[in-house]
Design a protein around this ligand. Sequence first.
Ligand SMILES: [Zn+2]
Length: 524
Amino acid sequence: MLLRVCCLYRVSTTAQADHNDIPMQREACQEYAREHGLWIIKEYQERGISAFKTPAEDRDALQKLREDALERRFDILLVFMFDRIGRRSDETPFVVEWFIKHGIRVISVKEGEQILDSHTDRLLNYIRYWQGEGESQNTSLRIQTRLRQMHQEGYYTGGPVTYGYRLVYTGRRNKKGKPVQDLLICDEEAAIVKEIFARTVSEQIGTTTLANDLNQRDLRTRAGAKFQCRTIKSILQNRAYLGYIIKRDVSSPHIPILQIIDETTFEKANQILTKRSVATVQRRSIPRKGKPALLSAILFCGICGHRLSTSRPAENSRRNKTQYVCPICRKAQLVECGQSTYTAETVDSMVLRQTSTLLNLFTAHSEDSLRKALEKKHKVVRQRLQEEKDRLESAKAELSKRENEVVRVLDGRSKYTAKELSALIHEQNTICNRLSGWVDRLNDQNQHLQYISRNLSFLYATVLRWKRILPTATEEEQREILRELYQRVEIQRGYAINLNLTSYYSFFLSCTGESKKSVCSVKP
Ligand SMILES: [Zn+2]
């Protein structure tokens, strides 16, 4: 059967300028398909959406591809490079993983096929590596271009004016002859900026104290608001005061008339800030306000399959609980499908409670009885493997017998017509393919059981240790246990949770005699 291919062409902002136009990608993908005997059934393209704005779920092409994948309308997703799939570096691996987990092979003309084994981390690292590399090359290119433009435009290019500066008509005109404004230092505000830096460096005054002091003197920010510790901190971190015009990630060349703070003072102030924030982090890591996102790496939406993200309450928000959110379901507002937001505290405690039940179940059996169960299982698998191998051998023999009959058909010596024989060969081919699929699967199982058998003592000791420490485990320990134990945890409407054990611990469960459904599905 010809493999059905969908292609995705996209202009990537993280890629270098060459190899980045759609016709080139299209040509490369089509050539690849020709060479490998693949059948392109659909081509998706996307252009002109800038990066860092729209995550994957907003984009039509990817959405359609996902739908097609769920309907099994194609077998292979072909792209020019993997970075054409995700928009942001942290997204690509998960999108690739999603397709592979849904039975779609993902192939890049440049990088080959992405195989997911148990070492997903390797994939993540790999993709992050080349993305990071591409990105940095591109950023410097972007900055150079932007700098040139700023130079031509006469530096100030619009946007809010930093505290300490003002806009003045200096008589300069733009290309159209219109008078334009230039940035200059605002003396009163610059004096305050200098004071903030000076007192931070010489008196080591904290940002909150400084803000209160300024407010008491009836000083206000540009927006007319009171100074906050945040405002002070962002002033101390703003490199603009060294004499640069900074817009997003782009900095102008040094402009001496705009310099308010000298380099040495700036560096000192920022060293002090860094030291303070390290101290804060250390303090925080002991008891933290609110529950941490315990399941953030392994919690998935039971409706759409997307990984849930963690949403912590904003500083001034009325909501005071951390939540897990499915970004896709929330955006799509799939109300009829169910829920997109879950209180983290509730989910975490449900999962922890069930985990403790599972660990108790696992350790209710001795290591010896587990080993016996394992050997029994292993024996069955080995036996079936041998049976299927035998059946495959005889099916193959039958296939070559039928293939040999072709000559007799051509000579007119066969009892079959050409059409009949071709149907018979086709049928036998299908049987062989199915059997070899079975053999592969049993081989995998066999190896898996061998691995468990070699490591059973270690795995059992691990489970015992977990059971012992779980009741008093730290957040870090809990997270480690859950990540080892579960491949993924799925949640949907009404906090219906489904725990998917990793394969080693699935084996433990299978030895307890309990059904998966009874212990891995949890409801409040
Ligand atoms: Zn969802």
